[in-house]
Design a protein around this ligand. Structure first.
Ligand code: FAD
Length: 436
């Protein structure tokens, strides 16, 4: 484990603060204004930020979500909506409408391991209304959530607004500075929430210490077209420590190929035909179209990280989601965890924030609540990296690892990974207040 960052870096940033009186603007005036004051500003419109924004606005807390991109249409983000999130949608009265959006429902996860199909997780016995994982493009999920959040007068979403710095006065964070197409914008708030993902500007500018747990893998992502008679897939193929994940996106497969960390250059040096053959060795039915991958620009490298902040908060600032703890794709639980952080944040802070600022000890309660599930999941991810994905446990023969044999022999055991993936440890129930 490696940790970096220190409090002394933070003090240097105090000089950034301008002691000027802020104008309070209403929502409509904001787009032309250089200054905005609100109760809570959330940096990042990913799953954590958008859910927190929705829940705060629903509770009547004035909130602005700042997102650096112009839209949510980015590929190769996780597309898994877990039963716990679907249950939250149910509690919010949004489930029926949500499930009208195009999606696939996966009730059981199966992997093809060294050529043998192994059932891994059975979601059908979960104590939730939706007993499946919904695969839905993340942009549809975020558009849905932001569309509903906009119905609350307390909510505003500013796209193309990239936060570049924190505003700090007397060691207290009291806002952010952002770049927009119209120029710079200062947003002052009683609470800043960093939900800006694993390359977080917020946690860096706050000087938070980050502990890295190392991830021995990276992932290559690409698209290959899908045919109507392709075999159904519900997870991926493991083969002697290598892994190909295929996600059904309607007319194409989103393929994730796990490689050793830093190994992309070596793969490129071996050439595209060799890479195409390797894909086919996992999923033979792709043989007739693997040549669609005819240029390396069609294959995107996504580096995998596992890390966690020592402190998730300081006066005026809280980090949640990947900004507080970057997750590996292993187990497909990062989105779930990010959303659970958002629910806990709203549960613990919304009531108080509605009437004024929250203290750092209020913010620490969020970390205290969410750190334990995060540690547990990250430990599992490190284990999966070491023992399953990189093949230390799979050996070179075709035998199944013992745990997987147990899952094959005793169906009831498949409920354990189903709970872990589908609900996560310490699932949050929606408790924040509601207005309107
Ligand atoms: C290759 C890969 C595949 C994955 N697959 C899955 C999966 O299938 N299922 C799963 O559950 N998890 C998966 N994960 C993990 C998952 O993507 C994350 O855990 C999850 O997205 C975290 O959500 P978040 O809202 O905290 O952060 P993000 O989803 O990273 O969202 C952060 C948002 O902040 C915005 N932003 C960043 N900086 C700024 C700034 N300075 N100003 C304004 N906005 C900013 C970004 O544009 C983004 O919209 C995967 C991870 C990787 C690396």
């Amino acid at each position: 484990m490696r940790c970096r960052g220190s409090r002394s870096e933070v003090r240097d940033q105090k000089s950034e603060v301008k002691n000027q009186k802020l104008e309070v603007r209403n929502h409509a005036a904001m787009s032309t204004s250089e200054k905005l004051q609100t109760r809570c500003v959330i940096v990042g419109g990913g799953p954590a930020g958008m859910m927190a924004g929705y829940l705060f606005a629903r509770a009547g807390v004035p909130v602005a979500v700042l997102e650096k991109h112009a839209d949510f249409n980015r590929d190769f983000r996780g597309d898994t909506i877990h039963p716990s999130t679907l249950e939250l949608m149910y509690e919010l009265g949004l489930l029926d409408e949500f499930l009208k959006q195009p999606h696939q429902e996966v009730r059981e996860l199966r992997g093809v391991i060294n050529g043998r199909t192994v059932p891994i997780a059975d979601f059908t016995q979960l104590p939730t209304h939706s007993k499946f994982i919904a695969f839905m493009p993340q942009w549809d999920f975020l558009n849905f959530l932001s569309g509903h959040a906009k119905r609350f007068p307390a909510f505003q979403l500013l796209m193309q607004t990239e936060v570049i710095d924190l505003l700090i006065k007397n060691e207290r964070v009291n806002g952010v500075r952002a770049k927009t197409p119209r120029g710079e914008l200062e947003v002052r708030a009683d609470l800043v929430i960093g939900a800006d993902g694993r390359h977080s500007t917020i946690h860096t500018r706050a000087g938070f210490r980050l502990c890295e747990f190392g991830a021995p893998i990276d992932a290559l992502w690409m698209r290959i077209s899908k045919k109507s008679d392709d075999p159904e897939q519900s997870f991926g193929f493991f083969q002697h420590g290598k892994l190909l994940v295929l996600l059904d996106r309607g007319d194409y497969w989103q393929c994730g190929f796990v490689i050793p960390k830093g190994g992309f250059d070596e793969i490129k040096a071996r050439g595209l035909p060799q890479f195409q053959n390797e894909i086919v060795s996992f999923a033979g039915f792709l043989r007739d179209r693997v040549t669609e991958l005819d240029d390396w620009s069609k294959i995107k490298l996504l580096t995998v990280q596992i890390n966690r902040l020592r402190e998730w908060c300081r006066e005026g600032l809280l980090c949640i989601g990947d900004s507080a703890h970057a997750m590996s794709p292993a187990g497909g639980v990062g989105i779930n965890l990010a959303i659970q952080d958002a629910v806990a944040t709203a549960n613990l802070l919304a009531e108080k924030l509605r009437s004024g600022p929250v203290t750092v000890s209020d913010l620490r309660k969020v970390q205290a609540r969410r750190e334990w599930p995060t540690r547990l999941i990250q430990s599992m991810q490190v284990f999966i990296h070491q023992r399953v994905v990189t093949g230390q446990a799979s050996g070179s023969d075709d035998s199944l690892p013992f745990v997987l044999r147990l899952l094959k022999w005793f169906p009831i055991l498949r409920q354990v990974p189903a709970r872990f993936i589908g609900l996560g440890p310490r699932p949050e129930l929606f408790r924040s207040p509601t207005v309107g």
